[in-house]
Design a binder for this molecule. Structure first.
Ligand SMILES: [Zn+2]
Length: 831
């Protein structure tokens, strides 16, 4: 699954609004849990082996109802098997039949279905259990978008999301990743729908009533959480790569963009199949874009689902490439789907590898710098969680709910550990290990020990220590590094000290790393191995070093304190061939404001080969003053990389004058990047000068990826406190616009809504639309403007059975607040 917030989008998106209210509250609980404690989620015993699931379903769309029969073929794991338990949430169980003929007794408590078999079955038996059931408006697992078709701005879609434990909301099953089975889905859907499921389509036939029945078979075993079913109106673009059929499913109005989004998939399949020396394992590969999808992407076996923010046009690609998420989900088809973590405690075996595939793809497609930069960003992302939230072992059995495992430890730290393993083993043995691991454990659940055993088989090395410290212990090396130079003996002593927080069980780490020493005449790189808390290493050089680099190429997960002089940092910034060295030099120059720094920054902005170095140099240069600074920034607005141009424009915001303003207005009309245009709006907006109202008003006419231009323009207008903004907010609150735009519109309406019946009616209209990503903000706005009319509306909504409990509690609280306001008002009037 891909749950990351895209960093370059967060400027424009106040909230990752796809996260549901209940997930938000879970997230908060998670932050308070300490990793120490009882092991509470061990891999369960399996009483039986599910061999095959045959899922026969049909729908009643307006009722959000799915009904059908699931038949499980199974074999017991012991003799005297006369009772079995399945996961099944909030279903109405109609009957249970054994071997297609024998009705069976059962108990059901809304989460577990206990089936009493007709006799004692033995270890060697194989038999069928068929459960007929239905469920209405499932809270998870199966999602209905615009099921009654009443919202013209939304497509009608049915889709499922199984990870982590949601399959049980629409399939009675043994819903654990430790059990794999083949599956098939026979579904009756509207005649105009296109469907997608795992495996291959066996049959599609039209029924006399105009509906159609589709039959999909997945004949290679996979876990229940990867079962998918999608139905809706899609265009399907077909390709083939190495005889594997490839399908891009996209809503009809965006089908011209499919190639921009998924066009690199064939090359990715070839590339990953090649480096893994394991051909893509499934019958086909399909990628489908869904409306209101609950995650970024989900790697269902042979049929990945994506959220619709992935829809880009050609112009967007320079600022945001969908390649990371596309590669991530594709790599899961091997790591996650072919070999699957046995227990969510080892989620990194899925997510760490899939996240690392993003670096592999970048290295292949865009070169080493891009891959290193991505890895460096992953390191920062992990460290921020480690510093502000928690440090837990990556393998972690103490979660209350598998959702907790989808954090920066499983993803980012997991990826960084995979990268360190690559460094430790070397490329040849690393990829040989991956290949052997896939072949030895294909179609099986795995745990870390399987990987350790494979490494031993391939390389002869016992790597238990590596997984023990990086996977089973929390934290990472926190290092003090310094060196002494002895001019007489021409000897450099490098001192490395680890500062482990033993109260948190952080160990003294054992690791290898590269040290690079550069003098005026030479450059040498040496691999050193660190095993103790404090160690020193001696190197003989021809002269005093100009640059000492610890952990060249950034292979190590670490925090490091390595003080360097201004001269050393400037040398490193200009001369290090490792882009991370140049970026780190910039970070360490932050507080130094000398002329030398200023000149070097200007040089770097003009000359560095890597965009992020130029970009970060701009962020430092803007703290200096002078015409030369402004000139450098102006020339950077012509940089070939749009992210550099954006930063330059943002920096020019500090130096605005008539000349710069007219330059920005000009760039707004000509630049090919939506993000650059959006940046100009927010830069001008910071002046809070009402004279730009017209400019922002004009910008509202620009279409752009995810509405970022319109969004920035509306936000800019919001800050100008001009009542003319109301009419725009009334427009942009409509459901055809992006969530971020709608949220801005709500804020504006909330500001002007008191005693404005039009605004009150509009907000009520939105609330009546039902649960949407802006529902909560709209209710909050109604409470702010003391909307009396919304009281009966909210009461009516509260009656809906399908509402999540957390949402019910929220609405009740808001109702109380409104009612007590009017109660108090009444009382005060009486007095
Ligand atoms: Zn993933």
């Amino acid at each position: 699954m891909f749950n990351k917030i895209f960093k370059n989008l967060t400027l424009y998106i106040a909230l990752f609004t796809l996260i549901s209210l209940s997930n938000q509250s879970l997230y908060c609980q998670q932050a308070m849990i300490k990793y120490e404690g009882k092991k509470i989620l061990d891999t369960p015993d399996r009483e039986f082996d599910a061999i095959h699931y045959k899922i026969n379903i049909k729908f009643n769309l307006p009722e959000k109802k799915v009904s059908g029969t699931t038949t499980i073929k199974l074999t017991p794991f012991h003799d005297d098997f006369n009772k079995m338990v399945l996961d099944a949430v909030n279903m109405k169980i109609e009957n249970v039949i054994i071997n297609n003929s024998i009705p069976s007794k059962f108990d059901y408590d809304s989460t577990k279905l206990t089936i009493y078999l007709d006799k004692n079955y033995s270890y060697d038996d194989t038999f069928n259990v068929s459960i007929s059931y239905y469920t209405i408006s499932p809270q998870k697992g199966m999602y209905f978008v615009n099921p009654d078709g009443k919202n013209p701005s939304l497509p009608v879609q049915i889709w499922t999301q199984g990870q982590a434990d949601e399959a049980r909301y629409w399939i009675p099953c043994f819903d654990e990743p430790c059990d794999k089975a083949t599956t098939e889905i026979i579904a009756k859907v509207n005649g105009n729908f296109t469907t997608l499921s795992n495996g291959y389509l066996v049959e599609e036939k039209t029924n006399p009533d105009g509906t159609k029945t589709v039959h999909w078979i997945q004949d290679k075993p996979h876990p229940t959480y990867l079962i998918t079913f999608v139905a809706g109106e899609f265009d399907v673009i077909k390709h083939k790569v190495d005889n594997i059929p490839l399908f891009y499913y996209i809503d009809k109005k965006n089908s011209d963009k499919a190639e921009f989004i998924f066009g690199r998939t064939p090359e990715m399949i070839k590339f990953f199949s090649g480096i893994l020396n394991y051909t893509y394992p499934w019958d086909k590969y399909a990628e489908v874009i869904l409306k209101n999808f609950v995650a970024g992407g989900m790697e269902n076996t042979s049929a990945t689902s994506f959220f619709d923010r992935i829809i880009v046009d050609k112009r967007t690609l320079q600022d945001f490439s969908p390649d990371m998420i596309v590669a991530h989900e594709l790599f899961h088809q091997w790591f996650g789907d072919l070999v699957t973590c046995k227990n969510w405690a080892e989620l990194y075996l899925n997510e760490g590898f899939a996240s690392y595939s993003e670096c592999l793809w970048l290295e292949h497609k865009s070169g080493k710098d891009e891959a290193l930069y991505h890895l460096f960003e992953e390191l920062k992302t992990y460290l921020s969680e480690a510093k502000t939230r928690w440090q837990r072992p990556i393998r972690y059995y103490r979660f209350k709910n598998p959702t907790f495992m989808f954090d920066r430890h499983s993803y980012q730290k997991g990826a960084l550990v995979v990268n360190m393993l690559r460094f430790e083993l070397g490329d040849r043995l690393f990829f040989k290990t991956l290949s052997r691991y896939l072949k030895d454990y294909q179609f099986q659940p795995v745990e870390t020990e399987n990987l350790i055993m494979t490494i031993e088989k391939v390389t002869g090395r016992n790597m238990k220590w590596f997984f023990d410290q990086w996977v089973d212990k929390p934290g990472h090396p926190v290092l003090d590094v310094n060196y002494n130079w002895n001019e007489e003996s021409k000897e450099l002593t490098l001192n490395v000290k680890q500062n482990p927080d033993t109260t948190k069980r952080v160990p003294v780490f054992k690791f290898s790393t590269l040290v690079e020493l550069t003098t005026i005449n030479s450059r040498k790189t040496e691999k050193i191995s660190i095993t103790k808390k404090e160690e020193s290493f001696k190197f003989t050089l021809d002269s005093k070093p100009l640059m000492v680099r610890f952990d060249k190429w950034c292979n190590l997960i670490k925090e490091i304190n390595f003080k360097k002089t201004e001269e050393e940092l400037l040398y490193q910034l200009k001369n290090d061939d490792d882009v991370i060295g140049r970026l780190t030099a910039l970070e360490n120059l932050k507080e130094i404001k000398t002329d030398n720094v200023k000149t070097t920054l200007a040089f770097v902005i003009k000359n560095d080969a890597f965009w992020a170095v130029r970009k970060n140099a701009i962020s430092l240069l803007k703290k200096f003053k002078g015409n030369d600074v402004v000139e450098t920034l102006i020339s950077a607005t012509k940089d070939k990389n749009s992210k550099v141009r954006r930063t330059a424009i943002n920096a020019l915001g500090k130096f605005l004058n008539d000349e710069i303003i007219s330059l920005l207005e000009n760039i707004f009309k000509t630049d090919k990047s939506y993000y650059v245009q959006a940046e100009i709006i927010s830069t001008l907006s910071r002046t809070e000068d009402p004279k730009y109202f017209r400019f922002f008003e004009e910008a509202l006419n620009y279409n752009s990826y995810n509405d970022i231009i319109r969004y920035n323009a509306l936000r800019a207008m919001e800050h100008l406190n001009d009542k003319r903004t109301i009419s725009y907010a009334m427009e942009y609150i409509k459901s055809i616009y992006s969530t971020s735009l709608r949220l801005t519109a709500i804020r504006i309406l909330r500001k002007y809504g008191k005693e404005n019946p039009d605004i009150e009616d509009k907000l009520i209209e939105i609330v009546k639309e039902g649960y949407s990503p802006i529902f909560i903000s709209t209710v909050n706005a109604l409470v702010t403007i003391k909307s009396r009319k919304s009281i009966p509306v909210l009461k009516e909504i509260l009656k809906k059975e399908e509402l999540k409990d957390s949402l019910k509690r929220f609405i009740k609280r808001k109702l109380q607040s409104l009612e007590s306001y009017y109660e108090n008002n009444k009382n005060s009037q009486k007095r």
